[in-house]
Design a protein around this ligand. Structure first.
Ligand code: NAP
Ligand code: GFB
Length: 326
């Protein structure tokens, strides 16, 4: 296939970002806009309106049109615990097709580097904690999201196959639960922090109780979307391994769902009743990850404190209620 940089200067990078209209993609757009511009880098931010990546042909046409040298691959069927439990099959088939189409075309179009996105929910459920990058395939994931988890594990498998057979530099990063502006605040589809933010907003407006689903005791490590965006840009520019790398706050920053809810209640200055609805599932009780490998590369990277990140997310939702996904 014609090489990418016939007319381009040897150093020019065309960085195609799939799934750029979502939580993580919008944060990457914001960080790139804030950064000192790098003339050798040209970013192309895409959404499903540009192409349905489940379609092999639409994906091929996208690569033909943009001829990227680098790809940050974020696009995926994404959802919280309750969406995963309801649509395990769709999360498996859609993500398997999307990821296969991206890597196959990245190879066909001579892409120099692909950084894809896994998730810490793909690690085995029955394991020792904290988990590290070597443990991804050590047993079944949690049943609530095994469809999504196996499709994401296959991304790592394909990266290794492309390295093995064609010496491609296709790699992946493994974030913990992400939150921030532009998240999906839909109560059925969304993740816990946007779900709780939406529910406190409504409870305060309507003077009704605020319901936290489950017991509130499961533990999570939350990474603010802007921090993750900075780490993605570091990875596409400097991370040279095919092996995955976990992007997470430290174990010491792990909090319970109830503690996250308390921070959201505080950010809204909500004074109404807070009720735990234990008829709802808790899902995975913990998925503690360690970030030793990241700290080896970036010992001084500063994560946004959860209290600050949650306040910024609450303010964003209040200001953008009309356009927010909900
Ligand atoms: P999101 O807000 O739901 O955004 C998903 C993005 O993917 C959107 O830009 C969407 O485009 C695009 N997309 C979905 N289906 C597509 C399709 N068939 N064809 C083309 N584009 C499609 O998701 P996110 O939270 O930013 O997640 C980004 C990445 O991080 C995903 O790979 C996800 O698995 C991973 N991740 C997320 C979390 C988390 O807590 N959110 C944690 C770990 C890993 P439209 O806007 O046009 O629909
Ligand atoms: O973010 P979340 O939906 O998914 O969090 P996971 C679920 C936890 O939050 C459970 C509690 O313990 C729920 O009981 N929770 C309390 C709520 N209130 C709410 C609420 O209003 N909405 C939601 N959604 N949860 C996902 C995986 O697991 O993690 C995905 O299923 C993905 O595939 C994501 O990997 C990062 O953290 O349990």
């Amino acid at each position: 296939m014609a090489s990418n940089n016939d007319k381009r200067s040897k150093t020019e990078k065309v960085i195609m970002v799939t799934g750029a209209s979502g939580l993580v993609g919008r944060a990457i757009q914001a960080v790139v806009a804030e950064e000192t511009s790098r003339p050798e880098e040209k970013f192309i931010f895409l959404s499903s309106k540009d192409a349905d990546l489940v379609s092999e042909e639409e994906t091929r046409l996208l690569f033909e049109k943009h001829r990227p040298t680098h790809v940050i691959h974020l696009a995926a069927r994404v959802g919280g615990l309750f969406a995963n439990m309801k649509y395990n099959l769709d999360f498996f088939t859609d993500n398997l097709k999307i990821n296969t189409n991206i890597l196959n075309n990245a190879f066909k179009f001579d892409v120099e580097k692909v950084v894809s996105c896994l998730s810490t929910c793909i690690f085995p459920d029955k394991t020792t904690f904290p988990v590290d990058e070597t443990m991804i395939h050590n047993g079944p994931p949690h049943p609530s999201n095994f469809g999504y988890a196996y499709a994401k594990r296959m991304l790592d498998v394909m990266n290794r196959c492309y390295k093995d057979q064609h010496n491609c530099k296709f790699t992946s990063v493994v974030p913990t639960n992400v939150y921030g502006p532009w998240d999906n605040f839909n109560l059925e589809e969304g993740h816990v922090i946007p779900g709780l933010v939406h529910k406190v907003f409504t409870a305060k407006r309507d003077a009704t109780p605020f319901y936290i689903w489950g017991t509130g005791s499961p533990l999570r490590q939350f990474i603010f979307s802007r921090d993750l965006a900075k780490l993605f840009l570091w990875a596409i520019r400097e991370y040279e391994e095919v092996d995955p790398i976990i992007f997470s706050v430290g174990e010491e920053d792990e909090i319970t769902i109830k503690e996250a809810a308390d921070l959201i209640v505080e950010a809204f200055d909500f004074k109404g009743p807070v009720i735990l609805d234990t008829s709802k599932s808790d899902g995975q009780l913990k998925k503690t990850a360690e970030n030793t490998k990241l700290r080896k590369y970036l010992p001084d990277f500063k994560f946004t404190p959860i209290k600050e990140g949650i306040k910024e997310t609450v303010d964003w939702f209040v200001e953008n209620y009309d356009i927010a996904r909900k």
